[in-house]
Design a protein around this ligand. Structure first.
Ligand SMILES: Nc1nc2c(ncn2[C@@H]2O[C@H](COP(=O)(O)OP(=O)(O)OP(=O)(O)O)[C@@H](O)[C@H]2O)c(=O)[nH]1
Length: 441
């Protein structure tokens, strides 16, 4: 069985486990035995090297000599950014693939992760170290968003029944976490309505708030009538277009998705549609190589992305590929051309692969909060968006933007990224997200 199965996700409605601590201890003992008995497969450098050579129409251009780079006076911010990218690319190529997560102590992190999994009806025998590790990472990553927010929220809720004054304070806390006006209003309406029906104590108010936030995050799913978990359909071509503005993490997300797909047993191919930035192809190759995934690219500068997609669809067909991931350029300065280019890519896909299941995923950087959201919506028409990937939740103080994304775009959040590692991306789960957003430290 593949190491991570996209389909084995819990349903949030499932009943909570009765004894969380016993559950956690059982899960911990199992994982410990598992780790001591049979070491999980480690993705070694040798293994990655043994994987089939990445297919590309021409050798990538060698990166500039870093020593020469150092001697050049860096005169503009753009040049500084380019130099930084090159540096990052060089270190990315040298980094060994990250080892499998290891089981830590039976500490507060483990207990919290275990509680979140148990509350979703998971049995202690079902969980993996990877899931525990991810949840701990998500909670830690969202600490900045929680700072002040949760402590103050709990203080405001206090021991007394909820009052109009505490509602006002909750309102400003939600807005500060970049939850957005619409989502905040809806949350307050719900609390107010319940308050008018009778005394509402702090625990109940927190529970109600969590439920409201979960429902808001899930609303785009029910509105669009789509399944909560996005996974490619087996034995058929799925094409996922990855779009978004500069630097939000498209290429990284694509690399992580390719890895997730391979680990879940899908055949996968990558199309390097970001032909604008030369280094983007190399960056993609490094990521794809780690998962043994082929990259289809066109070596000529400023090649037509639609032509790359054309070639990639042909290659996907001949190799019976199940998931074709398409990277796209994200420059803002030539917005109009970019949108035309995207629309053209989309037309090519629809024409050449009418049988394919197409997803158009907008990548948003959580650290930009709602600012990024407005810019990014320009993509909606050109790319016929179907979902969102929210990146950089680690270290962002604006993780609440997920709620604004759901309310303002009406698009379901499909994946979230909380780190720069290849496994730091997981399918979005509203239950886990809200628990991490409102976790007590
Ligand atoms: N901390 C953190 N960093 C991330 C995450 N996702 C991406 N990054 C970083 O964000 C930076 C930009 O990522 P890219 O993947 O190059 O972004 P892009 O959207 O492809 O950029 P362009 O090609 O310029 O449009 C890189 O340094 C990534 O390592 C994340 O979830 N967390």
């Amino acid at each position: 069985m593949s190491e991570f199965d996209w389909f084995q996700r819990p349903t949030p409605e499932a009943e909570a486990a009765e004894d969380a601590l016993a559950w956690a201890k059982e899960a911990y003992a199992r994982l410990k035995a598992q780790q001591q008995g049979s070491q999980p497969e480690v993705e070694t450098v040798e293994k990655v090297e043994a994987v089939k050579e990445v297919e590309i129409f021409e050798e990538p251009k060698p990166t500039e000599d870093p020593k020469l780079e150092e001697q050049k006076p860096v005169v503009s911010l753009l040049e500084q950014a380019a130099a930084k990218r090159e540096e990052r690319l060089a270190s990315l190529a040298q980094e060994a693939p990250p080892a499998e997560p290891e089981l830590g102590q039976l500490d507060a992190d483990f207990l919290w992760s275990a509680e979140v999994l148990a509350a979703q009806g998971r049995s202690a025998a079902q969980v993996s170290i990877e899931e525990i590790d991810w949840l701990a990472k998500l909670r830690a990553g969202m600490e900045k968003t929680r700072q002040g927010f949760v402590t103050q929220l709990l203080e405001n809720l206090g021991d007394d029944p909820l009052s109009e004054k505490s509602l006002e304070e909750i309102e400003s806390l939600l807005l500060r976490a970049d939850v957005g006006v619409e989502s905040t209003d809806q949350s307050l309406d719900r609390l107010r309505k319940r308050m008018n029906e009778g005394v509402l104590d702090a625990t109940e108010a927190l529970g109600l708030l969590k439920q409201e936030l979960r429902e808001q995050l899930e609303k785009p799913l029910s509105n669009k009538g789509v399944f909560p978990l996005l996974a490619p359909d087996k034995n058929q071509l799925n094409i996922w277009l990855i779009v978004g503005v500069n630097g939000v993490g498209k290429t990284t997300t694509l690399g992580k998705l390719a890895n997730l797909a391979v680990r879940s047993g899908y055949s996968c191919l990558v199309a390097a549609g970001d032909t604008f930035r030369a280094a983007a192809v190399q960056q993609l190759q490094v990521w794809a190589e780690r998962s043994g995934v082929t990259v289809i690219a066109n070596p000529s500068a400023n090649a037509d992305p639609a032509a790359v997609v054309f070639d990639a669809i042909g290659a996907a067909r001949s190799k019976n590929i199940e998931l074709l991931l398409v990277d796209t350029a994200g420059r803002l300065q030539t917005k109009h051309n970019l949108m035309e280019e995207l629309a053209k890519v989309r037309r090519i896909i629809d024409r050449l692969a009418p049988e394919a299941k197409v997803e158009s995923l907008l990548v948003l950087d959580a650290s930009q909060g709602q600012n990024g959201l407005r810019q990014a919506m320009a993509f909606a028409a050109a790319a016929q968006l179907t979902g969102v990937v929210l990146t950089k939740l680690d270290g962002s103080a604006r993780g609440g933007v997920a709620l604004a994304v759901a309310a303002e775009t009406g698009l379901p959040i499909r994946f979230i990224g909380a780190g720069e590692g290849i496994k730091d991306l997981r399918p979005f789960n509203s239950f886990e997200f809200v628990e991490a957003l409102l976790a007590r430290n």
